[in-house]
Design a protein around this ligand. Structure first.
Ligand SMILES: [Fe+2]
Ligand SMILES: [Fe+2]
Length: 309
């Protein structure tokens, strides 16, 4: 079996995009960022308007919830870079183009809403946040295999679900019902995004099973969260994992497994030799993830036990 070219794949999947775009538009609920922000809590800041400077005591949100909110927001902020990548790869014509623009507009709403909430409630240092945004956006976003569409579709299938879980658990970690409601609303959008991409890659499995299996195996092998370019990301992501907002266990059991199960990866037929090899790689990767997740959980338990002594 010969591999389909990028152009042939785009062409073949166009009808699937159309169908899923319609599905998305019928499922997506219109919502307004301003309705989720407690504006009356806001106060003018220092600077040209002569208000009060931010201080850490302005917010009672747990430290790790603030860290997670910053990571989530910076990830949304970097949108132009993702838009560029997707628009370059999928094109701006027809259903593909309509989807790319629609997706971008929805993601833009997420960044607007989270920033408004953080600024009004004084949850994080607005100066540090702005500087971090400049650094992060100046670096842009590069995905491994970013010139191959099946790899990109596989990546976003997992990534959208990962952001859904991260937003939802961040909301819970804040202990603020207002923030929790906002992030739950955003998480619902991310879920629809995940379904769109997952359905598309599901169709690719029927079209080019071996090629698609290869893409999934490659993407899982070096999966990085989209915010991994954020300054201090390793330190931040360890804190986030220790708090159970996004850790290896969730990554394996709540992100990777459900998506693979939907594609019924272990029962896909018509694989070529490389497709079979890719599937074996996926199975081995799942075992590795299981071991790493268990190890992490044990360490975290031991750490909690030490701290509670
Ligand atoms: Fe988003
Ligand atoms: Fe999304």
């Amino acid at each position: 079996m010969t591999n389909l070219s990028q152009t042939a794949l785009l062409h073949e999947l166009e009808v699937v995009v159309e169908k899923n775009l319609d599905r998305h538009l019928s499922m997506a609920k219109e919502w307004f960022p301003h309705e989720y922000v407690p504006w009356s809590e806001g106060r003018t800041f220092d600077g040209p308007l002569g208000g009060e400077a931010w201080s850490p005591e302005d917010s009672t949100l747990p430290e790790v919830a603030r860290t997670a909110l910053i990571v989530n927001l910076l990830t949304e902020d970097n949108l132009p870079s993702y838009h560029h990548q997707i628009a370059t790869l999928f094109g701006r014509d027809g259903a593909w183009g309509t989807w790319v623009h629609r997706w971008t507009a929805e993601e833009g709403r997420h960044g607007i809403a989270i920033r408004d909430y953080l600024t009004v409630t004084r949850a994080v240092d607005p100066v540090a946040l702005e500087r971090a945004r400049m650094v992060h956006m100046s670096a842009g976003f590069h995905n491994a295999h970013d010139e191959e569409m099946l790899h990109s579709l596989a990546y976003v299938s997992f990534q959208e679900l990962a952001t859904r879980i991260a937003h939802r658990n961040t909301g819970r970690a804040t202990g603020d019902p207002v923030c929790e409601a906002l992030l739950a609303r955003i998480a619902a959008d991310e879920n629809l995004h995940m379904i769109f991409y997952r359905n598309l890659l599901g169709a690719a499995f029927e079209l080019a099973p071996g090629q698609t299996m290869r893409a999934v195996a490659d993407v899982l092998a070096d999966f990085q969260m989209p915010g991994s370019g954020i300054e201090g990301f390793v330190r931040k992501s360890v804190a986030i994992a220790l708090a159970g907002i996004y850790d290896l266990r969730q990554h394996r059991d709540e992100v990777v497994m459900p998506v693979l199960r939907q594609w019924d990866v272990m029962n896909v037929t018509g694989l070529d030799a490389d497709g079979e090899a890719a599937r074996e790689q996926i199975a081995a990767h799942l075992d590795d993830l299981e071991r790493a997740a268990s190890r992490f959980e044990e360490k975290r338990e031991a750490r909690r036990a030490r701290q509670s002594r």
